[in-house]
Design a protein around this ligand. Structure first.
Ligand code: PMP
Length: 401
């Protein structure tokens, strides 16, 4: 036996796809936000106040009592039948439960979609800006990710048409988008679906926030208007609890069978115990009683944040939108400021947010930032916004003063 220092070092060669992987900026920031006393507008976490712990405690006992060994056994890759049925019934268009694939969060849905539809170099169209976790899920497949221009009403359809050639799909978040909180308007939805149909462009619609509306429900999903041309991703993370890791994908039959094969390779199936729990909890219209309480809480939280911003950010040239649902608000600093540079100054003052640059496929706008209004308390929002405004004020470039 040679001593260790005489042996050649083991040669690890990373796959090209591994080189494309990178740590989520948000998860890195969340590490900073674990510091005691720091007020975080950074995380994308639902408010723990909304988790229906009692309903799950009861469902747990029932599931174990009724068929404990079934719940703890391996199960079908497609998902638990009664849960697939419940999902099909929840959706506002005609969905056959056989089309519902239960996934390990909608994040897995994004991963499977990329595996099934994207080759190295394939073009994938995304909104500007878009969900960072989707960019992460697509990256290992080595796509050419192309950002499509967007405004407060959603995607710019002319820009979409100009960039469609050779694209495998366009990825869209029509409701209370992460990160901007914006909602695609009804006319824009019509134009988007019509253009996608005319050009034969598949749509991947991601809708984890659609139920969290404040004053009025958003317009019908894109998939409801064009089911054969769309894949729809849904999630239980924001209406029940993210720790369950349960979501679902609805796709045309030929795609579902491929997604299923990809899922078998990924994790065989999503946790059967959790699926049974959710099916049990959903009985008797539970979501119809539960979701309105989440809407009411998040609505009040949004109003608290907007009021704090109006009070604290006056006259500094900071702009922000008014989201009609969901968890996030999108803001833009005055000319000459960079939100990534501001973050360290803000953290010194015990407040954090997510700089917007990470959400762009290319050409990031360094002035943007995402603020979550759902996890901090009303009091923390007031204190945190005062601190954030002070950080902005102290770092305003001289010409913007
Ligand atoms: N899509 C979007 C737009 C999201 O914001 C998230 C979670 N932050 C996900 C998908 C993934 O959610 P989950 O895997 O918990 O269903």
């Amino acid at each position: 036996m040679k001593p260790d220092d005489l042996k050649p070092p083991t040669c690890w060669t990373l796959a090209r796809r591994a080189e494309r992987m990178n740590a989520s900026v948000i998860r890195e920031i969340l590490k900073v936000t674990e510091r005691p006393g720091l007020i975080s507008f950074a995380g994308g976490l639902p408010s723990p106040k909304t988790f229906p712990v009692d309903a799950f405690a009861q469902a747990c006992a029932e599931v174990l009592h009724e068929d404990g060994s079934g719940a703890l056994q391996y199960a079908a890759s497609e998902g638990y039948g009664p849960l697939r049925e419940a999902v099909a019934n929840m959706l506002p268009w005609d969905v056959d439960p056989a089309q519902v694939l239960i996934t390990t969060g909608s994040q897995q849905g994004l991963d499977l979609v990329a595996k099934v539809l994207v080759d190295s170099g394939s073009r994938v169209l995304v909104e500007t800006p878009t969900y960072l976790g989707a960019l992460q899920a697509f990256a290992p497949m080595e796509p050419e990710v192309v950002g499509v221009a967007a405004d407060a009403e959603g995607l710019d359809v002319a820009d979409l048409a100009a960039k469609t050639k050779g694209a495998r799909f366009v990825y869209v978040l029509p409701n209370f988008q992460n990160p901007t909180g914006r909602t695609t308007s009804e006319p824009r939805r019509q134009a988007l679906v019509q253009t996608a149909r005319e050009l034969g462009l598949p749509i991947v619609e991601d809708n984890p926030y659609g139920d969290l509306w404040f004053d009025a429900p958003p317009p019908a999903p894109l998939t409801a208007r064009n089911p054969q041309g769309s894949i729809y991703l849904g999630s239980f993370s924001k209406v029940l609890a993210p720790g369950l890791r349960l979501g679902y994908v609805i796709a045309p039959a030929a795609i579902t069978s491929k997604l299923l094969q990809a899922k078998q390779a990924a994790d065989l199936h999503s946790p059967s115990f959790n699926q049974r729990l959710v099916a049990k909890v959903l009985r008797d219209g539970f979501l119809d009683r539960h979701v309105p309480t989440i809407r009411a809480l998040y609505h009040a939280q949004r109003d608290t944040m907007l009021a704090a911003m109006e009070r604290e950010m006056q006259g500094m040239g900071v702009n922000w939108n008014v989201p009609e649902g969901g968890m996030f608000l999108w803001a833009r600093l005055p000319r000459g400021m960079d939100s990534a540079a501001l973050l360290s100054k803000a953290v010194e003052k015990n407040v954090a947010f997510v700089p917007g640059a990470a959400f762009y496929a290319s050409e990031p706008d360094p002035r943007t930032l995402r603020l979550s209004f759902v996890t901090a308390s009303a009091e923390q929002i007031d204190i945190g916004m005062k601190a954030l405004a002070a950080a902005v004020r102290e770092n305003l470039p001289s010409q913007a003063c």
